[in-house]
Design a binder for this molecule. Sequence first.
Ligand code: AMP
Length: 280
Amino acid sequence: MIVYRTKNDLSLHLDAIRKSGKSIGLVPTMGALHKGHTSLVEKAAGENGALVVTIFVNPTQFNDPADLEAYPRNLDKDLEILQSMKVDIVFVPSVKEMYPEEDKRSFDLGNLDKVMEGKHRKDHFNGVAQIVSKLFETVKPDRAYFGQKDFQQLIIVRHLVDLLNLDITIVACPIIREVDGLAMSSRNIMLNTEDRNLAPFIHITLQLAREKRGFLAPAEVKSWVISQFENQPRMKLEYFEIVEDKALQHVNDWGEKVNKVGCIAVQLGGVRLIDNLFFD
Ligand code: AMP
């Protein structure tokens, strides 16, 4: 396994790989790796001649400096995991390497970043678009792998590929969960024991909400979810929305011929957790 720190060194290696006719898969991460990440790595390794995993906590997608500061980092352990998975290439750039100067680009993400995460985390998705576009430009992958855990991000990355007219296939990977249903996340280790025990409530509520489809309208399901969190003093519901899976517009009627996704964000003991579930 080779760990690169600079775009230049990485590009030289990738040029040689490309010339040999191998396809390149990319798995971008912010590290503190868990089984959600490794599921992407496994899929990408199986579908490409060469694989690049990136580890970079991207400052421009954090709207809260305290959140950036507190974000879990564990590079030695991450490299051990990737080595044991026989990953060929890891890219671990510094902030200076990715942002030698301030990135002033502003991406037209249409309505996609006006809702849910975009509404609650100002400029978050513009920061995501900045780093993802830089990684795409450096790695020039044939395929890039993103988890459905960050559903809105996945849709926005697809939009970005169209916007920039890139020839990259975005591969969506299913959400990996703990046995109790909690979606795996690097942030889960920041939960104390009490909160960790409460956290599966988020997924359980999504499942129960989905079951209410038979007799409640979408707006009523939303009210029901809000009421469930009112009974949870340690949890603060940031949003729950039922949207269709292309333009992320609200679903008003179950009869609409679209794929429907229930998306949720919750603050639990100062840790921000997101999850989603297809409602079809
Ligand atoms: P992150 O390091 O949180 O930026 O995540 C890197 C990639 O891993 C993103 O595409 C995430 O959607 C994906 N990912 C994170 N957690 C999970 C999970 N529990 N299941 C599937 N994919 C995940």
